[in-house]
Design a protein around this ligand. Structure first.
Ligand code: ADP
Ligand code: MG
Length: 248
């Protein structure tokens, strides 16, 4: 298994409050890694460190390293815009731009100077398993789509930037079970080409779709391993308590 991203002794403070404590975690290439743990344990904070989304928050202090293909992403000469193209992010609440379906996908590639975007729009929507549902109405507002369609649109928008890694922060929390199933099968098909990391509070979801699972508690990484092993034979008591629903 090749490692795509390495978090090395990562510590993060919001003001005085330490939210991540010495997190060392390897993210394998072209696998799905699930981050689980109770609310407030630092899952979102951690996943946002992987493409420096946290830079948008004021007053954070970070110590440690995040290596992406052996490059320290917090290094001085890193182009953060380029980094976030390579490592895209999908959020809990679908956030399409208030523009047409077509323009949502075309937006990023156009900004980066691409002239003829038809192909990338079609390819991205096909890959996000949305093309069939929207190809007749590309000029209509994206905000008219259902929640599940909007989330796949956001994934298509990320794919249009030709990323290498996709980070998902609870992408199904606002969706019904059918839309959730569609996102899960989409992630399965994306596995061949992308490294994926997903924060989920849904244990069944982590067990269904991920290859590796990392359990966080109070800003610490408690246990990490193959998903099957974590769910069937956790070695740490608090992991077992959490996955068996004794707290959370
Ligand atoms: P999770 O995603 O696991 O629910 P978070 O990463 O959102 O957890 O939060 C971890 C801790 O950091 C929590 O105690 C939360 O209150 C705190 N926190 C998160 N974001 C901020 C912020 N912008 N400013 C201050 N504290 C924050
Ligand atoms: Mg969160």
């Amino acid at each position: 298994m090749t490692t795509k991203i390495i978090s090395k002794n990562l510590n993060l403070w919001y003001g005085e409050k330490q939210a991540l404590k010495d997190i060392s975690l390897d993210i394998p290439e072209k696998k799905i890694t699930a981050l689980i743990g109770p609310s407030g344990c630092g899952k979102s904070t951690f996943i946002r460190c992987l493409n420096r989304m946290n830079d948008l928050v004021t007053k954070i202090r970070i110590e440690g390293q995040v290596l992406y293909d052996d490059i320290d992403i917090y290094g001085k000469d890193v182009d953060v815009v380029e980094l976030r193209k390579r490592i895209g992010m999908v959020f809990q609440k679908p956030n399409p731009f208030p523009m047409s379906i077509y323009d949502n996908i075309a937006y990023g590639p156009r900004i980066h100077g691409l002239k003829n975007v038809d192909k990338v729009v079609e390819r991205s929507l096909l890959d996000a398993a949305l093309w069939g549902e929207v190809c007749e109405r590309l000029d209509q507002p994206a905000l008219g789509l259902s929640g599940g369609q909007q989330q796949r649109l956001c994934i298509a928008r990320t794919l249009a930037m030709k990323p290498d890694v996709i980070l998902f922060d609870e992408p199904c929390s606002a969706l019904d079970p059918i839309s959730t199933g569609k996102i899960e099968s989409l992630m399965e098909t994306l596995k061949d080409n992308y490294t994926q990391v997903i924060v989920t509070h849904n244990m069944q979801q982590a067990a269904r779709i991920s290859d590796c699972t990392a359990f966080f508690l109070l800003g610490e990484l408690i246990e990490v391993g193959k998903t099957k092993r974590i769910f069937e034979m956790p070695t740490i008591k608090s992991t077992e308590d959490y996955i068996t629903g004794r707290f959370g």
